[in-house]
Design a protein around this ligand. Structure first.
Ligand SMILES: Nc1nc2c(ncn2[C@@H]2O[C@H](COP(=O)(O)OP(=O)(O)OP(=O)(O)O)[C@@H](O)[C@H]2O)c(=O)[nH]1
Ligand SMILES: [Mg+2]
Length: 472
């Protein structure tokens, strides 16, 4: 499955209209195959295998009938100084699907195999050009659609997560040395490692892993959009707010309460940070079976959201607003969740009334710090709301400049490591023998090594590279 003794090829650019396409060739025969595929003008016998790395040559590829197929530029990379660590060439040709498929066919005839998805990056990993976390970051960099997602992915690509883990590993290896020292002398019944010192080292490691593991919530949000649930009573203007935020008539708006049944999600890039706005069904008692399912979904989305915009209708009588707030707000509060009460429909209401509602709400709900008056209909206050959302999330991100975990595979490995360490900790408290303790420690180190691929099973590798595109 993971042989890299053959030479592979694939288009590295997407098919479709464009100026040029690039075809990648990598493996032991990449240069000699290029010698046979491309005619250069000079009389060099081995224009590619004889050339230096990091050079480009101009040449012609001829069709089967002897007429020119295309004029190409060929970039030459010599092992180990290439993306894959192998001899490689990248052929830039005109972006015609016919030319590309003809060149690939010719490459196949010359002994090149078509690459599997992610196989170039897989080879880079197997040849030690990058670790597994970095290889995964390659896919994340390609998929990033916002400045912050790109920043996080690029940091991982440059080894950010790997460095963080290697300091953790050092910590654990130190612990292991102390434990094993004790084991070596166990017949003499000497306790070398002071158990309380061991305990504090374990606690440190647990704290370190917990911090990393907890960063996944934010890391994942940056990657796939910070989830912002728009919730509130029926008819408060939630769907109108979604539409105004997006600048698009995405959701159906009507004066019939209970219009939105299913949740509607849409991402939006705000100043380089991706938000995932989720419009939900209005929270109310309902006899309607479908609406009730919708309200259940609302609750689920609320639980998953990092931010809740709790929309209230300012045009209603004060008692009604308060009773709506009473129903909705307690359902939105949650640890680490930002709740912003949105006082909607302020168009046509005096500033004085708006201020009065805000003061009353603040008195009644002391934990509610953010109340934003807006009109979703005419847009008043909505830009300010966006800006406020961005600023509050940005400060959260800047507070965590350490390695952020963005990958679900890494997160689950960290969780597993935590379970082993907690087992180790309880073993220490109950004075389990050192050999059992070091077993837990070994398991912790092993599961962390899976993240960077220092230890990796074929299964893990297959799963990681399956998600890549062809040519990467
Ligand atoms: N005057 C005024 N009307 C608004 C405003 N926002 C929404 N509306 C009106 O309020 C009604 C309900 O709006 P929706 O956006 O459908 O409300 P919703 O909260 O999504 O309602 P459900 O999906 O039924 O829970 C519509 O008639 C909107 O035009 C606003 O800012 N000012
Ligand atoms: Mg709606």
């Amino acid at each position: 499955m993971f042989s890299n003794d053959d030479t592979i090829c694939a288009p590295a650019t997407v098919p479709g209209s464009g100026a040029i396409s690039v075809i990648r060739v990598s493996g032991p025969d990449a240069l000699t195959i290029a010698d046979r595929l491309v005619q250069v003008r000079s009389s060099d016998k081995a224009p590619f295998s004889g050339a230096k790395g990091y050079t480009i040559r101009f040449g012609t590829i001829t069709g089967d009938d002897g007429t020119p197929l295309d004029e190409v530029l060929v970039s030459i990379f010599k092992a180990p100084h290439s993306y894959t660590g192998e001899n490689s060439v990248e052929i830039s040709c005109h972006a015609s699907s016919y030319i590309v498929s003809e060149i690939l066919r010719k490459l196949n005839n010359l002994g090149c195999r078509n690459a599997n998805p992610g196989e170039f990056t897989q080879r880079a990993f197997l040849n030690g050009k990058m670790d597994l976390a970095q290889a995964e970051a390659v896919a994340d960099v390609i998929a990033s659609t916002s400045a912050y997602a790109h920043k996080v992915a690029f940091k991982q690509l440059k080894g950010g997560v790997s460095r963080e883990l290697s300091s953790l590993r050092e910590q654990l290896l130190h612990l292991m040395t102390l434990l094993e020292l004790e084991l070596d002398f166990s017949e003499e019944d000497v306790e070398f490692a002071d158990r309380s010192q061991l305990m504090s080292l374990v606690d440190e490691a647990i704290a370190h892993i917990t911090k990393l593991s907890d960063s996944f919530r934010l890391g994942n949000a940056i990657r796939s959009g910070i989830p912002v649930a728009i919730a509130g009573p029926a008819n408060a203007g939630k769907s109108t707010l979604l539409n105004t935020l997006l600048g698009d008539e995405r959701a159906i708006v009507s004066d019939v309460p209970g219009t939105t049944r299913d949740t509607i999600e849409e991402t939006m890039n705000v100043n380089g940070l991706l938000f995932r706005f989720i419009d939900t069904a209005g929270i109310r008692e309902s006899e309607d079976k479908i609406e009730r399912i919708g309200i259940e979904r609302t609750m689920k989305k609320l639980a998953e959201a990092d931010v809740v915009l709790a929309v209230l209708d300012a045009s209603l009588p004060l008692e009604q607003i308060l009773s709506d707030a009473e129903t909705v707000l307690p359902q939105t509060f949650g640890s680490e969740r930002q709740v912003i009460a949105i006082l909607n429909k302020i168009d046509g209401i005096s500033r004085e009334t708006v201020n009065n509602i805000i003061v009353t709400l603040k008195n009644k709900f002391v934990s509610l710090s953010d109340i934003k008056p807006i009109s979703a209909k005419n847009g008043e206050g909505v830009e300010e709301l966006k800006k406020y959302l961005f600023e509050s999330q940005k400060s959260k991100i800047q507070g965590t400049d350490q390695g952020l975990i963005t990958n679900a595979r890494h997160h689950s490995a960290l969780q597993q490591a935590l379970r082993y360490l907690k087992q180790l900790k309880s073993g220490l408290t109950t004075s389990l023998p050192g050999d059992l303790l070091s077993e837990d420690l070994r398991a912790t180190v092993a599961v962390l090594s899976e993240i960077t691929g220092q230890i990796s099973s074929q299964d893990v590798l297959i799963r990681v590279f399956r998600g890549f595109c062809i040519g990467k």
